[in-house]
Design a protein around this ligand. Structure first.
Ligand SMILES: *Cc1c(COP(=O)(O)O)cnc(C)c1O
Length: 414
């Protein structure tokens, strides 16, 4: 489904014309479609129907409570990477027994919080983390459920910043060290060995590397089984890509088919940790043109959203489609779409041909994942509002920040 479409020349989110959102809640503003969020999740569930499988939404892609609560109500589990994300999942009504905890730097406090909450599994990323977890679980008189995140050393063929499964990455346990670490885990008194996981990268268009990783993991599962270390789940992480520009992005069915083929006939429960693919195309960043600048070597459209609101172009040189909210005739001008932040890296798009005027609204498309979640207050810019459109209704799900909130915790010297 495409939740964002033109009707009579005006871009709508579901039934709502985007100018109505801007009038009600201002700009910059993230606008998500409830139907799009729900339908992406349902698609995963349909493909996995009839299997013992759990979809753990990767909270870091977009951690708004309304989105977490929508997925929790749909039956999702969650993949978290911090104690803060655990607090969000619990506040949104998520089931801690469906939470997996990833990340290379879990602190002792985070481990205690997750043990107290009763999470499904710690995805352990190093020998040192395993020892610490055993010690902390012991001090609480508990046993910690673990999976080891194994690094299968496959090339996901994606942007180097989001490739995580290569030997050179900081993530996971090198493949050859996994077996001895499982033996160690089995010997630890406060560790329960439950599973194995991997996450080889993000924005994967071709599922073949993920299928290759799955096959490697299963080889290890069998070797462990032969030693009496029987795993109950296999977690293949997230990483499924979406269409930003002209990528031949797979549907959930297309992406999962080769993975499920590798996993055919297995008795282990399957876990997946999709982030971007559930939310990326379900949201846009709505922004208004403050000024048009002509005359130099280039023309600029200076908008009221900036790199602090949407960091992906500056960080990854990511391409997002940028559409005028109101279509007008005319050849247009090629613009650099830039924000007000004092950095030359502060751009949302290069060389976009648009027929627009000062005061017009633009929609930065495919901004539902790693948009708001990566936003900052650089330049003391209050973060954007977020709304979810549901049919003809607009729900404000995060108020626009006010400048005073940004320095409320600061103190001047006596
Ligand atoms: C970021 C991350 C995900 C989600 O990745 P997407 O590409 O957004 O699907 C899943 N698992 C782990 C461990 C991650 O770090």
């Amino acid at each position: 489904m495409n939740p964002f479409s033109y009707r009579d020349g005006i871009l709508h989110a579901e039934e709502v014309p985007l100018p109505q959102v801007a009038a009600a809640h201002g700009t910059p503003c993230y606008v998500y479609s409830r139907a799009a969020l729900q339908s992406r999740f349902d698609e995963f569930r349909r493909v996995l129907a009839g299997r013992d499988a759990l979809v753990c939404y990767a909270v870091k892609a977009n951690s708004n409570l309304a989105i977490l609560s929508l997925f929790a109500r749909a039956g999702a589990g969650f993949d978290i990477v911090s104690g803060g994300e655990l607090a969000r999942v619990l506040a949104a009504g998520g089931d801690p027994a469906k939470v997996v905890f990833s990340g290379v730097g879990k602190t002792a406090d985070e481990m205690r919080e997750a043990l107290a909450a009763g999470i499904l599994c710690f995805n352990v990323e190093s020998a040192a983390e395993l020892e610490r977890l055993n010690q902390i679980a012991g001090s609480l008189n508990r046993r910690a459920p673990v999976s080891l995140r194994v690094n299968p050393d496959v090339d996901p063929k994606t942007h180097p910043y989001i490739a995580t499964g290569l030997k050179s990455a900081k993530f996971g346990i090198p493949f050859e060290e996994a077996l001895p670490l499982y033996r160690r885990a089995r010997a630890l008194p406060h560790i329960d060995v439950h599973g194995i996981d991997c996450h080889i990268g993000s924005q994967l268009i071709d599922p073949a590397p993920a299928a290759e990783a799955a096959a490697k993991l299963l080889g290890l599962v069998d070797a462990l089984g032969a030693e009496g270390i029987v795993l109950s789940h296999v977690d293949l992480g997230g990483g499924m890509g979406i269409r930003y520009r002209d990528e031949a992005a797979p549907t959930a069915a297309e992406y999962l088919a080769p993975l499920l083929a590798v996993l055919a006939g297995r008795r282990e429960r399957l876990l997946f940790e999709p982030g971007r693919s559930l939310v990326g195309n379900a949201g846009v960043l709505l922004t208004r043109i403050e000024y048009l600048k002509h005359g130099g070597a280039k023309s600029f459209a200076v908008v009221d959203a900036a790199m602090n609101d949407l960091m992906r172009p500056a960080l990854y040189d990511a391409w997002h489609d940028i559409l005028p909210v109101t279509q007008t005739a005319g050849a247009g001008v090629e613009y650099e779409i830039v924000g007000p932040v004092c950095e030359s890296g502060d751009f949302l798009g290069h060389a976009r041909r648009l027929a627009v005027a000062q005061g017009d609204l633009l929609a930065v498309m495919s901004a539902g994942a790693y948009g708001m979640a990566m936003s900052s207050n650089y330049n003391t810019r209050p973060r954007a509002a977020e709304v979810i459109v549901d049919g003809s209704q607009i729900h404000l799900v995060r108020e626009r920040e006010r400048a005073g909130q940004l320095f409320a915790g600061e103190r001047v010297l006596p």
